[in-house]
Design a protein around this ligand. Structure first.
Ligand SMILES: Cc1cc2nc3c(=O)[nH]c(=O)nc-3n(C[C@H](O)[C@H](O)[C@H](O)COP(=O)(O)O)c2cc1C
Length: 236
């Protein structure tokens, strides 16, 4: 896959089929992840893959409870705003994200694979997410959808560490939990606020000096047409 296709179309792909992600695919994803940079090249990371139904059965209720808490606390103002004015563009976007996030929570045990990312001796937190994002891009190249989640770190962190058998007192910090699976839906280019609206040059607030009215990939504003998924028996 061309690099830009992966960069532009690696979305939060939460709705996935229960089909397993084969171990050779997992190996390619993790092998790409560990090529990422870390502060001082310390590689103070661990990646814990979860595909055991028994472990997922213990994590699912924690995940759902954590999502419930999120809607009632941090996201409560956005939930209220979306309910008050459901037709605004902002509300529609939030309602879509909420439905999709809730789908992941409701179907946690049916997701074939999760990857928990752990980091230590990493005060900025910047030494784990390049590797996590590389894993997500590598998964995209394999046709595997991912969704980065942090909600288990907000509620139930200790319970999750216990379920996963993470040793206490060694400084491991759970940074995120990423879901993996083959999408039920289509890949698309992520809509975002344009670069020139969120970037400055030299001094805060000063224009960046260029405008990007629409995504620069695919070139010339062409519509994105993902390559069809390989069918069984296809030679890759
Ligand atoms: C730090 C971080 C934490 C996130 N936590 C969650 C989460 O707990 N649950 C969830 O469903 N999605 C979570 N997401 C996914 C975001 O909601 C998603 O990336 C965003 O809505 C953009 O989605 P899109 O790329 O499909 O447009 C998280 C993303 C990031 C970067």
């Amino acid at each position: 896959m061309e690099l830009h296709e992966a960069l532009y179309t690696t979305r939060a792909m939460r709705r996935v089929k229960p089909d397993p992600v084969p171990q050779d695919v997992q190996a390619r994803i993790l092998d790409a992840a560990v090529r990422a940079p870390s502060g001082g090249n310390t590689q103070g990371w661990r990646f814990l893959l979860v595909d055991d139904p028994g472990v997922k059965d213990r994590l699912g209720p924690l995940y759902r409870d954590a999502m419930d808490a999120l809607w009632k606390t941090i996201y409560a103002p956005r939930v209220a705003a979306a309910e008050a004015d459901p037709d605004s563009a902002e509300s529609r976007s939030f309602i879509r994200v909420r439905r999709s996030s809730q789908w992941l929570a409701d179907n946690f045990e049916r997701i074939p694979l999760f990857m928990f990312g752990f980091t230590r001796h990493d005060p900025t937190g910047g030494s784990i997410f390049p590797a996590v994002w590389s894993a997500m891009l590598a998964a995209r190249a394999e046709g595997v959808g991912t969704a980065l989640t942090a909600v288990l770190g907000i509620s139930h962190r200790d319970a999750v560490l216990e379920v996963l058998g993470v040793p206490a007192g060694e400084g491991w910090h759970m940074a995120c939990c990423v879901s993996f699976g083959y999408p039920t839906g289509k890949w698309g280019v992520a809509p975002r606020t344009s670069a020139h609206e969120v970037a400055y040059r030299n001094t805060w607030g000063e224009p960046i000096g260029f405008e990007v009215a629409q995504p620069l990939w695919p070139a010339d504003g062409a519509a994105y047409a993902p390559a069809p998924a390989p069918v069984e028996g296809d030679v890759k």
